[in-house]
Design a protein around this ligand. Structure first.
Ligand code: ATP
Ligand code: MG
Length: 339
């Protein structure tokens, strides 16, 4: 088997939050101070093969962006491994991360906020590349920028303009050119088309997929739009409360979702027309706070099938065949799968 482009093992990202001494005072078997943390990501593992598009889905606040930013090392992970072509980058310092940026780039939801308004397009696009090339090689940068702009559907004239002179779709093209400048193997795209008009969304997605075909790019693609995910992903990971609850090839996930949360998510998406052999699940109640995680299964407080084992024991992702993994005790006791 080939080496994964990205492999994440038991990744955790907990954000310490402030609060007064009084806020932090807890009584449990005595008086003690606690440092509260937001449990944004709680032990997530997955892999992306070269050229593969893996989507991350799940409700707002489930930790998708935190996974993306932690892998991109915008955040310092609390625990876990982040392997880029086998090399663990989870604890690398700034200087050691530089060569990694030639392998992995990120594009963001809001192409306006993520582009420096005071920089011309040529400087924006050249920035990651200039980090990588030294000396005489730098003379080739302008020609490379012109070629990159052409590749993403912009022209050489655009190089001298500022981000505010472009439409949202064009700005995302600039962001893509910038990411491409170092010919990475992996692009992390956090809701890259969510801020764009639907007609423009298709153009940008098509561009991203063409670039995948041309350069063998792998994507970690974050989206809350399941119809987009169904269209472009090879594999889909479903997150809930900072946990990965299911991870499966696209067609398997959409036709045979196994986790009750995945089933609920698909039931709630009218645009997804897939054959489903089980009843629909409607979600009620609220997602628990990421400050205090429920014991056992993260989804049990909203799950119509939950029983005492779900409170007592946290389910692990289990392989159920055809590349599908599910973290649910129903996998062992399928006879309970009756609403
Ligand atoms: N810098 C931060 N400091 C503290 N808490 C954070 C920080 N960033 C995210 N969180 C919290 O971590 C959890 C996960 O947030 P995250 O932004 O990763 O979710 P998401 O799945 O990307 O949501 P959305 O679909 O709305 O973009 C949330 O509870 C959020 O409030
Ligand atoms: Mg997000």
């Amino acid at each position: 088997m080939t080496q994964p482009m990205l492999e994440v093992r038991d990744l955790k990202m907990h954000f310490p939050i402030g609060g007064s001494m009084l806020d932090r005072l807890r009584i449990s078997g005595g008086l003690r101070f606690e440092n509260p943390v937001v449990h944004a990501v709680n032990g997530v593992s997955f892999a992306i093969q070269p050229g593969e598009v893996m989507a991350l889905v799940g409700e707002s606040g489930c930790g998708k962006s935190t996974v993306a930013k932690t892998i991109a090392r915008i955040y310092e992970p609390t625990a876990g491994e982040i392997r880029i072509e086998g090399q663990d980058i989870a604890t690398l310092g700034f200087t050691d991360l530089l060569p990694i940026r030639a392998k992995m780039q990120m594009i963001f939801q809001d192409p306006y906020a993520s582009l420096n308004p005071r920089q011309k397009v040529r400087d924006i696009v050249a920035e990651p590349l200039l980090e990588q090339v030294k000396g005489a090689e730098r003379r080739e940068v302008p020609a490379r920028i012109a070629a990159l702009l052409a590749k993403v559907g912009l022209n050489a004239e655009h190089a001298g303009r500022y981000p505010h002179q472009f439409s949202g779709g064009q700005r995302q093209r600039i962001g893509i050119a910038r990411a491409l400048s170092v010919t990475p193997g992996l692009i992390i795209a956090d809701e890259p088309v969510s801020a764009l008009d639907v007609s423009i969304q298709a153009q940008i997605l098509n561009l991203m997929m063409d670039l995948r075909d041309e350069f063998g790019l792998a994507y970690l693609f974050i989206s809350h739009d399941l119809s987009v995910v169904q269209h472009i992903a090879d594999r889909v990971g479903v997150m809930y409360l900072g946990f990965m609850v299911e991870n499966a090839p696209r067609d398997v996930l959409f036709s045979r979702p196994r986790h009750p949360y995945t089933r609920a998510l698909l039931s709630a998406a009218p645009s997804i027309k897939a054959h489903r052999d089980r009843e629909e699940i409607t979600l009620t109640g609220e997602v628990p706070s990421a400050l205090t995680l429920p014991s056992g299964c993260c989804f049990r407080t909203r799950c119509p099938f939950a029983w005492d084992r779900c409170t007592a024991e946290r389910p692990k992702l289990q392989d159920v065949g055809e590349g599908q993994t599910v973290a649910c005790h129903l996998t062992d006791e399928p006879e309970r799968d009756k609403p």
